[in-house]
Design a protein around this ligand. Structure first.
Ligand code: NAD
Length: 395
């Protein structure tokens, strides 16, 4: 009760202080106050974001844009938010939040991100995959960059606390010079899911992909406009000269390996494991990584999330910090754009008979659609979230 009363009082105070004289638009609050957050797209994933923002002491959710009227009402009640709108343009006419978290299906992200940037938010986040058409991803990145608006990437494994730390160690040369890298299980959804691998690869090597050579299967998947069911084998040449082998299926690993002469760092959808030196049999020896403790574990508990949701909390905390201090994002919209570009290049190379394809791609109209669910959302792909399920966090 006490907390609710406090939130209500601070909302009234912030509202009164921020209302501009002539347009009736609520402007962003000064930085000492709580950051005012709008959730745009409050379906399954949006509700996870909302749980984290509501649990954090330095943010409060002031508005929600949700297309589905029944779900809009339910999530408004669930998160105690009265400022409810159909979409980003409707919301921004009345509220300009400090932070906008865009978690609509991918098709609608560009319109929402650009509208938020034009309205003058301090930061806007998106999620994966960022777009289908490369030029749309460019437009989002540019709309934010030219206004100095923080453009964050969302719930990506790259943001995981330990993965960030492993990446920093590797790039700083703590394990020696990086000699090679590999991606494992780059199949099923090379954009919708593969952006996880590609973002971690760029983090742990500190490099960009400069050239792609790829083989894709099965032939029916290669002929489709989407990434559904496509498996890619190949090799990427990185800007540091390092070569990255790409395996379409599990090897049995399903993530990203990066190695030096003496050490292998393996991200396989969890905290990266580190192998250094050899055991008595001459095999790689796993060592204790000694990562610093995750500082936001209490937020996971407060938000009622699973332990495995730590990278969502890490991503949001990094976004908030970037808005407050200009610090580097753990995962940015730019990172998601790069991932889309590599996935498009890989499919193109495979379609052209494993022709080497150089990046950045000249043709920005190239397009790779994600699955129908990611592109259009559950309501339009026969997998809607029921009002009952939207009422509370699902186990
Ligand atoms: N990073 C991850 O781990 C992860 C996991 C799941 C989903 N996602 C991504 O999140 C996005 C959403 O997925 P989801 O599972 O939440 O789907 P969902 O269908 O459950 O939710 C999407 C919500 O957005 C609403 N919406 C659609 N268009 C809108 C618009 N123009 N304005 C406002 N609201 C709008 C829908 O009504 C729906 O409630 C997809 O792009 C998906 O790929 C990412």
């Amino acid at each position: 009760m006490k907390r609710r009363k406090f939130l209500a009082q601070s909302l009234i105070a912030a509202t009164a202080a921020a209302r501009t004289q002539n347009r009736g638009v609520l402007k962003a609050a000064p930085s000492k106050e709580k950051l005012r957050v709008a959730i745009i797209g409050c379906g399954r994933m949006g509700q996870y974001y909302a749980e984290v923002y509501r649990a954090l002491p330095d943010t409060e959710i002031v508005a929600i844009a949700e297309w589905n009227p029944e779900r809009r009402k339910v999530v408004g009640e669930r998160f105690g938010v009265k400022a409810l709108y159909q979409d980003a343009p409707a919301l921004l006419k009345e509220v300009v939040p400090d932070i906008a978290a865009v978690i609509t299906p991918t098709k609608f992200m560009k319109e929402a991100v650009i509208a938020c940037a034009q309205a003058g938010v301090k930061g806007v986040s998106t999620d994966k995959p960022i777009a289908a058409r490369l030029a749309d991803a460019d437009a989002m990145v540019e709309a934010c960059a030219k206004r100095n608006i923080v453009f964050a990437g969302g719930n990506l494994q790259r943001a995981r606390h330990e993965t960030q730390e492993a990446g920093k160690r590797l790039v700083a040369g703590q394990y020696g010079k990086i000699r090679g890298a590999s991606i494992h299980a780059f199949g099923g959804e090379i954009s919708g899911g593969g952006c996880q691998h590609l973002s971690v690869l760029r983090l742990m090597t500190g490099a960009e992909v400069e050239e792609v050579m790829a083989w894709g299967s099965p032939a029916e998947a290669l002929a489709k406009e989407s990434d559904e069911g496509l498996s890619v084998n190949g090799c990427f040449r990185l800007s540091t000269g390092v070569m990255c082998s790409v395996f379409g299926t599990k090897t049995p690993y399903g993530g990203v390996d990066v190695w030096t002469d003496n050490t292998l760092v393996r991200w396989d959808w969890d905290a990266p494991q580190i192998y250094s030196g050899l055991d008595a049999k001459g095999a790689r020896k796993r060592i204790e990584p000694n990562y610093s403790p995750f500082p936001w574990r209490h937020v996971i508990a407060q938000a009622g999330l699973r332990a495995g949701d730590d990278y969502l909390v890490a991503s949001i905390k990094s976004f908030i910090e970037a808005v407050k201090t200009g610090s580097k994002l753990a995962i940015s919209g730019h990172d998601l754009r790069q991932a889309l570009e590599i996935a498009i290049a890989a499919k193109l190379s495979a379609q052209l008979g494993n022709l080497p394809v150089k990046l950045p791609l000249k043709d920005r109209s190239l397009t790779l659609y994600p699955s129908r669910y990611r592109w259009l959302g559950g309501d339009q792909s026969s997998n809607p979230q029921s009002a009952e399920d939207a009422k509370r966090l699902q186990p």
